[in-house]
Design a binder for this molecule. Sequence first.
Ligand SMILES: [Zn+2]
Ligand SMILES: [Zn+2]
Length: 131
Amino acid sequence: MHEKLWPRGVKKTNQRKSVFEILMQAKAPLSAMDIFTKAEQEGVEIWLSTVYRILDLFVEKGLIEKHIISGSDMALYELKEKKHKHYAICIGCQKMIVLDKCPISRDISIEDFQITDHKVEIHGYCGSCSQ
Ligand SMILES: [Zn+2]
Ligand SMILES: [Zn+2]
């Protein structure tokens, strides 16, 4: 349990803890359905509506980030880590793949502009959707 990340004033229930643990262990952002399925596999008694409620609470407390996939009503959730990450997103199935390195050159410079951060999103089709 990563106690330090747990938001203040949020009561620890078994359901909340298991949603948190699932997000903690995830290598890519998850949908509420993914979390629900994993929780069920681990034998946690939870409803999908409860998963949504917990996710809303975690977003509100700033523990996790909600990614809305453009062009769909699907949302993916992940823990807000300080790590610098980029994703390739499949247009077919909305899968998000973490890139192993930043595609932006470090020595990029813009005249009279101080760069503090950047966002890059790669769109395309994953292996199974491109067939
Ligand atoms: Zn795909
Ligand atoms: Zn980058």
